[in-house]
Design a protein around this ligand. Structure first.
Ligand code: SF4
Length: 300
């Protein structure tokens, strides 16, 4: 498909990038024709902090079971938390359920299409609002995630890493590149795909890259200025303990005793208590008057 595109003000050619995207993009179900704005919003909630491979099966089951905001809102919070499974950061599931409730109740079951209204919904921040406006409603708004920031840092600014995020600067960077003839949404998807699959953090595959005048590459790949970032760990963290406690509650549709929860993490009892307190504070778990515990929505 030929695109008639304006002159690119920087060194990332929209035409090259779009043609690469058409050839190389991953076949992801939330990009299929006929996927609704709500289903795209669900994918964005799930993809915020979880890799695509883990999201794929959960998203597919989720949208088959709850295809609309009202169907999601009609489910119990406990069922939503169970369906979230091992995606991690389960507060997102609770917020998604709340978001569905607001859209069903206040917006006639239709996801709003403008960034400002989207940002008033539970769990929807600037990134998710822009992603939904762009990918579901084809609006020419900049969508900037970690992958896009890395591509911009390298291709446009000649730096190895993106450094500290700045919404104003990051959005201005991408806005300067967005084509104006109705393909901005595809350009944003292509930029994100490039960062996810080719210009990766550790091993950029420059031989496959459609950016022919990448400033970082032209400069001979100067190293990052700051200290090397330590990879995030999961084992032994409070997140892991929270996950273990939630596993116990997900596997039981009736409330469980404190002793049943305690066996989920015997390594450090203080850490276990802290994790349980945080689940209660987040509203994901309920303590019953008789001292037993249940997933929110499961308590009689
Ligand atoms: S040429 Fe290499 S470093 Fe530059 S944008 Fe492409 S993959 Fe990234």
């Amino acid at each position: 498909m030929a695109h008639i595109l304006p002159y690119a003000p920087m060194n990332v050619s929209p035409e090259d990038l779009l043609s690469w995207y058409e050839r190389s993009r991953r076949d992801l179900p939330w990009r299929d024709p006929g996927v609704s704005p709500w289903q795209i919003l669900v994918s964005e909630f799930m993809l915020q902090q979880t890799p695509v491979a883990r999201v794929l099966p959960i998203w597919t089951e989720w949208v088959a079971r709850w295809p609309t905001p009202s169907a999601t809102a009609a489910a119990s919070a406990a069922d939503v938390l169970r369906a979230w499974g091992k995606l991690g950061y389960p507060r997102r599931a609770k917020r998604l359920h709340e978001c569905a409730t607001v859209i069903a109740r206040d917006y006639d079951d239709v996801v709003p299409d403008d960034v400002d209204t989207l940002m008033t919904l539970p769990g929807v921040g600037s990134y998710t609002a822009r992603a939904v406006a762009c990918f579901a409603y084809r609006q020419p708004v900049p969508v900037v995630d970690t992958n896009v920031r890395r591509v911009m840092a390298r291709a446009v600014h000649g730096r190895a890493d993106a450094g500290t995020p700045s919404a104003v600067r990051d959005h201005a960077d991408v806005t300067a590149l967005l084509p104006e003839n109705g393909v901005a949404h595809q350009f944003s998807a292509a930029l994100m795909e490039l960062g996810a699959t080719v210009c990766t953090a550790r091993t950029p595959r420059c031989g496959l890259c459609p950016v022919s005048r990448c400033r970082w590459r032209q400069a001979g790949y100067p190293p990052a200025d700051g200290p090397a970032r330590r990879p995030q760990t999961y084992a032994g963290t409070d997140r892991q303990v929270r996950g273990r406690l939630l596993d116990v509650l997900r596997d039981n549709t009736s409330p469980v005793t404190r002793a049943q929860l305690d066996v989920a993490w015997l390594t450090d009892t203080e850490q276990r208590d802290r994790a349980l307190d945080s689940l209660l504070a987040d509203g994901l778990v309920t303590r019953m008057p008789d001292g037993r515990y249940a997933l929110v929505g499961d308590a009689p």
